[in-house]
Design a protein around this ligand. Structure first.
Ligand code: IMP
Length: 219
């Protein structure tokens, strides 16, 4: 088995320029005794994500930030995998929103693809959100943590004020509201208390904290 490290510093670089993702990382990691600094705040460039898997893209982002800053960095590569579309958009989830990151267009594209394959019933519209976290050290060492959440895609989109990405079309299993209609507490659950981690990202973050954070940092 490859070496598993724990973070020993007091600060962690969040290797992302995505506002929605950064907000969620602050929500999920904010209660822990570690300072979070984003790649944007340090003026680090955004690397090209030309991997073909979540792991490859997460490694590209985390390693670029760790090498440029000389500190441990954390990235999240995530996406929506739709069963009836053979797992698409998957690693290309952000790309479906085009260069202007138009999420309304991206959600409509998914809906059009579902229409083409005749997926109209809820059981034909199953999907899962994936969050793959990568922790990278400046010497090139990496560790990965996976979180997933299963659900059903709905149309038209339904959302409240803080929805991000594809939140407005995803109803997680066991709920009748979309991620977009939920508060952050409802979407993510709790890493440490009941009901436990509910979102894909809360699940990957729990695995990360348990696997790589100093023991004393956990509540
Ligand atoms: P990437 O990880 O930068 O390639 O982007 C993944 C994309 O997946 C994000 O920009 C979002 O559009 C989408 N995504 C990932 N997680 C979520 C989520 O929790 N809600 C809604 N969309 C998400």
């Amino acid at each position: 088995m490859t070496e598993q490290r724990r973070i020993d510093g007091k600060r962690l670089i969040i290797a992302s320029h995505n506002k929605g993702k950064i907000r969620e990382m602050h929500f999920l990691l904010g209660g822990l005794a570690i300072e979070l600094v984003t790649a944007g705040e340090l003026g680090l460039p955004e690397p090209v994500e030309d991997g073909t898997t979540f792991v490859e893209n997460a490694r590209i982002k985390a390693l670029a930030a760790a090498r440029a800053s000389g500190e441990v960095a954390l990235s999240d590569d995530s996406g929506l995998c739709v069963d009836a579309l053979d797992g698409r958009p998957g690693v290309y989830t952000a790309d479906w929103a085009g260069p202007n990151r138009d999420w309304s267009m991206a959600m409509r594209l998914v809906e059009e693809e579902l229409f083409k394959v005749g997926a109209s019933k809820p059981e034909q519209r199953q999907a899962r959100f994936v969050s793959l976290l990568c922790l990278a050290w400046p010497d090139g060492h990496t560790q990965e943590y996976l979180g997933e959440r299963q659900g059903t895609l709905v149309w038209p989109p339904r959302s409240g004020p803080i929805a991000y990405g594809y939140d407005p079309v995803f109803v997680p299993d066991g709920e009748d509201r979309t991620f977009g209609e939920m508060t952050a507490e409802e979407k993510h659950g709790s890493i440490w208390q009941a009901p436990g981690p509910l979102s894909h990202r809360a699940r990957s973050v729990k695995a990360l904290v348990e696997g790589a954070f100093p023991v004393g940092i956990r509540p």
